[in-house]
Design a protein around this ligand. Structure first.
Ligand SMILES: NC(=O)c1ccc[n+]([C@@H]2O[C@H](COP(=O)([O-])OP(=O)(O)OC[C@H]3O[C@@H](n4cnc5c(N)ncnc54)[C@H](OP(=O)(O)O)[C@@H]3O)[C@@H](O)[C@H]2O)c1
Length: 202
């Protein structure tokens, strides 16, 4: 059955980007180290035209393959879209739904992007319609937080990188709910990263 899942790489102290993140410093000061595991293995993984060829460990390649095979649409916040320079028009997941207050220029026939200006619930609903039987993957912190607050999230997949970033974009900020119980799906200790999967208990 199709699910709403979250997937991101985070520092051990819970940050998805370090200080001074922005279009010229995507993951912030020191943040590139979050993705060392993307380039330190021997198994090639190509995510999309807009992303470089990755070389990950065999264990991580298996985790990524499973995630991408079940993925039908992505949902992102506008900051990541801007910081990633719209992935040059080739987002890691197609179609991609961008939650924003302002619609903008990447709207054209055949565009992989849909701009959603009426909130996260609408973005998830539109992404589910596009994804059919496959999962909707939420890929940014602010959207995860809103999905958790709205009870929309089914599973959380977090790749923990062995670094402490200290400050800036915190993954689990602004939660405004009763405590959320999770069930562990897996823990996979791969070289340079530990993959965690959790099911949200509803
Ligand atoms: N470590 C990783 O794997 C990873 C992955 C992705 C991103 N990142 C990093 O994470 C940081 C960005 O994440 P973030 O959580 O700060 O921001 P984000 O989710 O990418 O974007 C937040 C923005 O989305 C728009 N937005 C969010 N909710 C909205 C709503 N309900 N209605 C209308 N607009 C809404 C707003 O932009 P507007 O008001 O301008 O429209 C808001 O400022 C960047 O540093 C990026 O590099 C890291």
């Amino acid at each position: 059955m199709r699910k709403v899942v979250f997937n991101i790489t985070v520092s051990l102290d819970g940050f998805v980007a370090g200080p001074n993140d922005g279009p010229d410093n995507g993951l912030g000061d020191g943040g590139d180290a979050l993705f060392n595991w993307y380039f330190s293995g021997d198994t090639e993984v190509k995510i999309s035209e807009g992303t470089p060829m990755l070389k990950v460990s065999r264990q991580s390649a298996k985790v990524m393959k499973e995630a991408f095979e079940t993925c039908g649409a992505g949902v992102w916040g506008r900051r990541t879209f801007d910081i990633a320079h719209a992935w040059g028009g080739h987002p890691p997941i197609t179609p991609s739904f961008i939650v924003t207050h302002v619609s903008q220029e990447w709207v054209y026939e055949g565009s992989p992007f849909t701009f959603v200006t009426d909130g996260v619930e609408s973005a998830i609903r539109q992404a589910q319609e596009a994804a059919g039987d496959k999962n909707v993957v939420v890929c940014t912190a602010s959207i995860l937080q809103q999905c958790l607050n709205a009870g929309l999230m089914d599973e959380i997949y977090i790749d923990v990188a062995p670094i402490l970033l200290g400050k800036r974009v915190r993954l689990f900020d602004h939660l405004n709910t009763e405590p959320i119980q999770l069930e562990r799906i897996h823990v996979i200790a791969a070289p340079g990263v530990t993959h965690f999967g959790f099911r949200v208990v509803k």
